[in-house]
Design a protein around this ligand. Structure first.
Ligand code: 13P
Ligand code: SF4
Length: 316
């Protein structure tokens, strides 16, 4: 770089700041985004925090750096705002593992059981559900319901984890996150032998075998808070590798080991700094939800958002 001139990344960052001001736009980014995208975000967070933030912003345009269901949720909660997803094919495969018809069949088989829907789902599936949850509040949401039998969709592993922490009868659906399902318990044991003082923190989308080895089971932002507050200096982290950038940046004296080199979500990585800039310049891709579906889906999201959230725990 010639002294005094800006690097390509700096130039893009500057252009983004100008565009944001000109258009009254805000950039919300999930904790799994590429480091350079995290760096330009106005707000970085987990699914629950991002949903809350989407309802609080005064901006007219929300650029959502994450996957499809997250931008869709922002649009459901803000029908009057323009919600942009920089890469249209950044899609969560778990969300595609259940259809509205599957939910209707589950309801027929379990009459009277309410449906708790993990936010990693389509708007049409949320519209068939009673209440949404995220990894940060799943146990709390399930315990907020008076019924004893609960249908939990679409993540089977998160559902199993919730079932292990509540007295409720949980009906499961066989959905899963292909990224988190790849982590093997053996990989965690191997790292724990190498770093015996390390604390093991994992996401509840991991398999029950992996969860059984964890010191704490947490959403992505809960992991950030947990690492800051823990006396431990070393951590084995069972979630997507993008979070390690934030963990390291916010905890300079601590060491973080990714539980498995396979922990990469290809969809979260589709968004680049260039696509964020293009998204604002061309106002693409606008995410909208048909009004009939939106009105049904917003009920399930709003019901979740009225539940008060603990700061650090996935549990009760
Ligand atoms: P968080 O809500 O914990 O950020 O997780 C979202 C997700 O997609 C996990 O794979
Ligand atoms: Fe979906 Fe898994 Fe990627 Fe999260 S990490 S967005 S659950 S595929």
């Amino acid at each position: 770089m010639i002294s005094g001139s800006l690097s390509f990344t700096e130039e893009l960052g500057q252009r983004l700041r100008e565009l944001k001001e000109e258009l009254n736009a805000v950039i919300l980014a999930h904790n799994y985004q590429r480091p350079e995208v995290q760096d330009v975000a106005d707000f970085l967070g987990d699914s629950l925090e991002l949903s809350r933030k989407a309802t609080q912003t005064q901006a007219e345009i929300i650029v959502f750096c994450g996957v499809d269901f997250m931008a869709e949720s922002a649009s459901i909660l803000n029908p009057e705002k323009m919600v942009l997803l920089p890469e249209l094919n950044a899609a969560c495969p778990m969300a595609a593992m259940i259809t509205p018809e599957d939910v209707r069949v589950l309801r027929e088989r379990h009459p009277g059981a309410p449906v708790v829907c993990y936010v990693n789902s389509s708007a049409a599936v949320k519209a068939e559900s009673d209440i949404c949850c995220t990894s940060a509040n799943a146990i709390k949401v399930v315990n907020s319901l008076s019924e004893e039998e609960i249908i939990f969709i679409p993540d089977e592993y998160l559902g199993r984890y919730v079932a292990s922490k509540t007295k409720k009868e949980i009906v499961l659906h066989p959905g899963f996150c292909p990224t988190h399902a790849r982590v093997r318990a053996g990989e965690i044991r191997f790292l724990k032998e190498a770093f015996p003082d390390a604390e093991i923190i994992v996401h509840p989308e991991c398999t029950p075998e992996v969860i059984a080895l964890a010191d704490a089971v947490l959403s992505t932002s809960q992991m950030v808070r947990y690492a800051k507050e823990s006396a431990a200096k070393t951590f084995i982290v069972g979630t997507e590798e993008g979070l390690l950038y934030r963990l390291r940046r916010e905890n300079p004296g601590k060491t973080f080991h990714l539980a498995s080199s396979t922990l990469i979500c290809p969809n979260m990585k589709k968004i680049t700094l260039e696509s964020v800039a293009r998204s604002l310049e061309k106002r693409q891709h606008i995410i909208t939800v048909p009004e009939k579906i939106r009105r049904a889906a917003v009920r399930a999201l709003d019901r979740m958002l009225t539940i008060k959230q603990d700061r650090t725990s996935t549990s009760d």
